[in-house]
Design a protein around this ligand. Structure first.
Ligand SMILES: [Fe+2]
Ligand SMILES: [Fe+2]
Length: 161
C-alpha cells in the first residue's frame, strides 16, 4: 500500500539551490568536468553534483543555518581542477591529493566572482589531509563531510547512486 500522495513543496532555499546550481553548471568550463573521471565510472561533474546534494541534505537534516548560495557554489566547484588525476598524480601545484583544492580554488575564482567563504569551502575540502587548511564555516564542514561520504561510496560501490 502506498501512502497518501502529497504535493512536493519547494522551499525558498530549495529554489535558491536549483537557481544557483543552474548558473554554475551552465558554464562551459564547468561542463569540462564531464570529461574527467573522479572515482570508478563517476565523472568530476557528477561527483560535484552529488556532493552538493548531500551537503545540502545534511544541512536540512541537521536544521543548520547556512548560506545556500555559498554552499552550492563551493560544493559544485570543490573539484574544479580540470585534469585527469589518474594520469597526472604530480601537477605543477604539487601532488594531486594535496594540491587539487588550491588548483580548483584558483580555477573557480578566475571563472566566477567568489566570496572568501566560498573560496575557503573549496580550498579546505580535503582536510585533514591538508593539515593546516581546516574548514572555517558551516558550509565548508558540510562540503568536507559530503565529499568524504560520496568519495567512499564512489570508490567502493559499483552503482553508488
Ligand atoms: Fe577533492
Ligand atoms: Fe571531491
Amino acid at each position: 500500500m502506498h501512502g497518501k500522495l502529497k504535493n512536493v513543496i519547494l522551499t525558498e532555499d530549495d529554489k535558491k539551490f536549483v537557481s544557483t546550481a543552474r548558473k554554475i553548471l551552465a558554464n562551459k568550463k564547468v561542463q569540462l568536468m564531464k570529461k574527467f573521471t573522479q572515482h570508478g565510472d563517476i565523472s568530476c561533474y557528477e561527483h560535484c553534483i552529488m556532493v552538493s546534494l548531500y551537503a545540502y541534505m545534511y544541512a536540512k537534516k541537521l536544521k543548520m543555518k547556512v548560506n545556500v548560495e555559498s554552499l552550492v557554489k563551493g560544493a559544485l566547484l570543490h573539484d574544479f581542477f580540470l585534469y585527469d588525476w589518474h594520469d597526472k598524480a604530480f601537477t605543477p601545484d604539487g601532488l594531486h591529493g594535496f594540491s587539487h583544492p588550491y588548483t580548483a580554488e584558483r580555477n573557480a575564482s578566475r571563472t566566477f566572482r567568489l566570496s572568501l567563504r566560498e573560496r575557503n569551502i573549496i580550498s579546505d575540502h580535503m582536510w585533514p589531509l591538508t593539515l593546516t587548511h581546516v574548514p572555517v564555516s558551516r558550509e565548508a564542514w558540510l562540503v568536507c563531510m559530503a565529499d568524504k561520504y560520496c568519495s567512499l561510496k564512489e570508490t567502493l560501490l559499483k552503482n553508488p547512486y
